[in-house]
Design a protein around this ligand. Structure first.
Ligand code: F6R
Ligand code: MG
Ligand code: MG
Length: 365
C-alpha cells in the first residue's frame, strides 16, 4: 500500500434550498450514503456544505486525477441531482454540465482541489469552501499566508520557512500556468494575482522542503459552459504547521473581509464574510459571499474533525465589518464598482443589450 495519502475536495451546486441559498438535508444524506457505499476505495470522507454547494472531502491512496475517485464524485452528484429533482429544488443538477462521465471530472462543471503527500508525524489541514464567488477570491489570502510577514510571523522567525514558497499561477483565459519563487519575485507575481478575475493561484510549495502546501480549485464555469452558469464557488486545501504556516497564520487573512467578485448573479463585488458551517447560507442580495474553514487532523488518512474555525468569536468583528462593507457596496446599486466591470459581464445581458442597440450608436462628428 502506498504511504502517500491524497486529499481530494470535489464540490458542486446540484440544487439549492431555497433558491440559491443552501443545501437541503436530503441531499447531504444521499451524498453521505453514496460515498459510504464505495467499499475500500476511500480511506475516509466528510460531506460538507457551504451555501448551495455540496463539498465532498475525500481521503484515499490513489493519487490526484484518479478516475475511480472522480467517477465516485460524479455519480454521487448525479444521484443527489435525482433527489434535488424529486424535491423540485432550485437549479437541480446546475453544475453538471456534461451528460456522461469521461474519466476526469475536471472541465465537467464541479470544482476540484487535490493534493498528494506523505502524511507527517502530525498532519493538520484546513479545507476552505466559499459560496457566491470565484477562485480568484483565494489570491489575496494566499498571498498573505505564504508571502506577507505582517500576516505570517513564521516567514521571519521559522528557519524552515525563511526561504519562502513557490506559487503556481493559472491564467484562466489562456489555460497556461507560471511559477514564481517568492519572496524574490513578489512584485512580478503581484502584477498578475492582483487581477483575480483572470489569474488565480493554483498551488503553493515550500522552497525548503518542496512539500505541497496549498491547492485550490481553479476552473471558471462560464468559460466551460460558454454562458453564465453561476460562479465557481471555489475550495482550497492548506496544510499547516512544522515548516508550513501555523493554523492561526492560515486563518488570519480572513479577519479582513476583502472584496471579491460574485454575490448576486455573479456580477457584483462584495466582502468575503467568514462564517461557521451553520451560518453559511447567503441571504442578503444572495450574499454577501461567504467562506467556511473546516480543520482536520489526518490520522493515517482518517479525517479527525472537523473543527469549525470561523464559528469562533474572534471572527465576530470581521463579520460586523463585512456587514458594514456590504451595506456600503449595496448603496451603489447597479453602478460600478459594486457591479462588475463590463468585461466580466460578458456572459450576462450585456451582449444582448449591445446587439439590440447597435444601430442606434452614431459616430461623433
Ligand atoms: C450567484 C447566484 C445567484 C443567482 C441569482 C439568479 O452565484 O447563484 O445570485 O445568480 O439568484 O438566479 P437565477 O438566474 O437562477 O434565477
Ligand atoms: Mg445555485
Ligand atoms: Mg453556490
Amino acid at each position: 500500500m502506498s504511504d502517500r495519502i491524497t486529499v481530494s475536495v470535489i464540490k458542486a451546486d446540484i440544487g439549492g434550498f431555497v433558491g440559491h441559498s443552501s443545501v437541503h438535508p436530503a441531499l447531504m444524506e444521499r451524498a453521505r450514503e453514496c460515498v459510504a457505499s464505495c467499499g475500500d476505495l476511500l480511506v475516509d470522507s466528510y460531506v460538507a456544505s457551504v451555501g448551495d454547494d455540496v463539498n465532498l472531502i475525500l481521503t484515499h491512496r490513489h493519487g490526484v486525477d484518479c478516475e475511480a475517485i472522480h467517477s465516485l464524485a460524479w455519480n454521487t452528484f448525479r444521484s443527489c441531482t435525482d433527489v434535488a429533482r424529486s424535491l423540485k429544488l432550485y437549479g437541480a443538477g446546475q453544475d453538471l454540465l456534461k451528460d456522461s462521465f469521461s474519466g476526469n471530472i475536471k472541465g465537467m462543471g464541479p470544482g476540484v482541489a487535490e493534493m498528494e503527500f506523505v502524511e507527517r508525524k502530525s498532519e493538520p489541514i484546513i479545507v476552505f469552501m466559499a459560496d457566491k464567488t470565484g477562485p480568484g477570491a483565494w489570491n489575496l489570502p494566499l498571498f498573505k499566508i505564504f508571502a506577507d510577514p505582517f500576516n505570517t510571523a513564521g516567514l521571519v522567525i521559522d528557519p524552515s520557512m525563511h526561504k519562502g514558497f513557490i506559487f503556481e499561477v493559472l491564467d484562466l483565459m489562456h489555460n497556461k500556468t507560471v511559477e514564481f519563487q517568492c519572496p524574490d519575485e513578489l512584485y512580478d507575481m503581484l502584477v498578475f494575482i492582483g487581477a483575480p478575475g483572470r489569474f488565480c493561484i493554483k498551488s503553493i510549495r515550500s522552497r525548503t522542503s518542496g512539500e505541497i502546501a496549498a491547492v485550490s480549485s481553479t476552473q471558471k464555469l462560464n468559460l466551460i459552459a460558454g454562458k453564465y452558469v453561476g460562479k465557481d464557488d471555489p475550495c482550497l486545501v492548506v496544510r499547516c504547521q512544522s515548516g508550513l504556516p501555523a493554523v492561526g497564520e492560515v486563518l488570519e487573512p480572513f479577519a479582513h473581509p476583502h472584496l471579491v467578485a460574485g454575490w448576486m448573479r455573479g456580477s457584483h463585488h462584495g466582502p468575503l464574510m467568514p462564517v461557521s458551517a451553520k451560518d453559511s447560507s447567503p441571504v442578503r442580495f444572495d450574499g454577501p459571499p461567504r467562506v467556511e474553514a473546516l480543520g482536520f487532523q489526518l490520522a493515517d488518512g482518517r479525517l479527525i474533525g472537523p473543527q469549525d474555525f470561523f464559528a469562533d468569536r474572534s471572527y465576530d468583528l470581521a463579520r460586523e465589518k463585512a456587514n458594514l462593507v456590504a451595506d456600503y457596496m449595496r448603496s451603489h446599486g447597479p453602478f460600478e464598482p459594486h457591479r462588475l466591470g463590463l468585461e466580466d459581464m460578458e456572459y450576462t445581458t450585456l451582449p444582448l443589450v449591445m446587439e439590440k442597440l447597435k444601430d442606434r450608436f452614431v459616430d461623433v462628428k
